[in-house]
Design a protein around this ligand. Structure first.
Ligand code: SAH
Ligand code: SF4
Length: 346
């Protein structure tokens, strides 16, 4: 049985045909506005709730649930139908909360420094599986409002394009989230960026750049061989022209790989020509990549170097490192054989 979050309101009405329209409204409100599980929507009669709860079992089963940063970061490992596992991270701030969702179990892109990439691809997630991650997080964040959803968990959202766009629309139309508070992070699937620009959703786009010369980027991000920096640049120009939205670049700082003075100049030129914002992420450790992240001093120098060249920069605060919930650390490997990937040193 599919997740109840796969349904449109009309489809839900059909599933409970015979019930008055206001019942459908109550269910819809409970599911989308209140983020309730169907069995907990107490505005509808118990028998109907019980029937629906039986028909629509949740798509996610939490097999781990851990907290760090004094309870302000929470990570779940969910098992999906078929046995694959994914991870979801909730970050709680004073007055709001952000959830980082997975779009795939694993990832086929193979970025060398990323734990998900090291583990390989298992399968795409369904719409219901992505939305349920948001709803579990919304429940856990209460009474704070879950205001932001970022596609920065496991997987490449633009490689699961139709599901990603459907989820974004539902979160916007049914849950009422502002499109600006929905962020898609992509490794740079150029044609998909151009397609996304035409969906009429004023989202926030983050492009994981990590290197602004093709030689280094080919090593870090294998997809660069298919869509090299010039092609990616054209897609970014198109995004900005079509959406009139700025975009940001993600850059995980790796000791002596992409934190050199030359890298500062290359990045400043690439980002500057697009008036893009840069987010620096100190590299988080992963088991399959033996290169260190930049020192905090080098992170500061790198930021100052970019700023001196006119680029706006944010250094991302790392959250959840102790529970492997930080960027690039998400990889719950179901098949132990997949662990035997070669160690990469660049
Ligand atoms: N596939 C998408 C979204 C998921 S990855 C993408 O690559 O953009 C989310 C972010 O974590 C990306 O910016 C990615 O480059 C970054 N990341 C991956 N591994 C990392 C690591 N070991 N340390 C810091 N950031 C990492
Ligand atoms: Fe996939 Fe993103 Fe990790 Fe690259 S960085 S392997 S695209 S999840």
């Amino acid at each position: 049985m599919p997740s109840i979050y796969e349904f449109s309101k009309d489809e839900l009405a059909q599933a409970v045909s015979g019930e008055p329209r206001y019942r459908v409204d109550q269910l819809w409100h409970g599911l989308w506005s209140e983020a309730q599980e169907v069995g907990d929507i107490t505005t509808v009669p118990k028998a109907l709730r019980a029937r629906l709860a039986e028909e629509f079992a949740p798509a996610l089963r939490a097999v781990h649930d851990v907290e760090s940063d004094h309870g302000s970061t929470r990570k779940w490992v969910f098992q999906l139908a078929g046995g694959a596992t994914i991870e979801t991270v909730l970050m709680i701030y004073e007055d709001r909360a952000t959830v980082c969702v997975s779009s795939q179990a694993g990832c086929a892109m193979g970025c060398t420094f990323c734990a998900t990439g090291q583990a390989g691809f298992t399968r795409h997630l369904t719409v219901g599986e992505v939305i349920e991650q948001v709803m579990v997080a919304a429940r856990a964040a209460a009474p704070r409002r879950l205001s932001n959803v970022v596609f920065m968990g496991m997987g490449e959202p633009l490689a699961n394009y139709a599901v990603t766009v459907d989820v974004l629309r539902r979160l916007h139309d049914f849950r009422g989230l502002s499109a600006r508070h929905l962020t898609v992070s992509t490794v740079g699937v150029a044609p998909a960026i151009e397609r996304l620009a035409r969906e009429g959703l004023p989202l926030t786009l983050a492009v994981s750049l990590h290197a602004a010369n093709d030689e280094t980027r080919n090593q870090l991000v294998p997809l660069n061989r298919r869509y090299p920096l010039d092609r990616l640049h054209a897609a970014c120009v198109d995004w900005i022209a079509t959406t009139t939205r700025r975009l940001s670049f993600e850059w995980a700082l790796i000791d002596e790989v992409n934190d050199t003075d030359q890298a500062i100049r290359e990045l400043a030129e690439y980002a500057g020509s697009l008036r893009a914002h840069v987010n620096l992420i100190p590299l988080n450790p992963t088991p399959g990549y033996l290169v260190r992240g930049s020192s905090s001093q080098r992170v500061r120098e790198f930021r100052e170097g970019l700023e001196a060249l006119g680029v706006t920069v944010t250094v991302r605060r790392t959250r959840g490192r102790s529970i492997d919930a930080a960027c690039g650390q998400l990889a719950q490997v179901t098949n132990p054989k997949r662990r035997s990937i070669p160690l990469q040193v660049i």
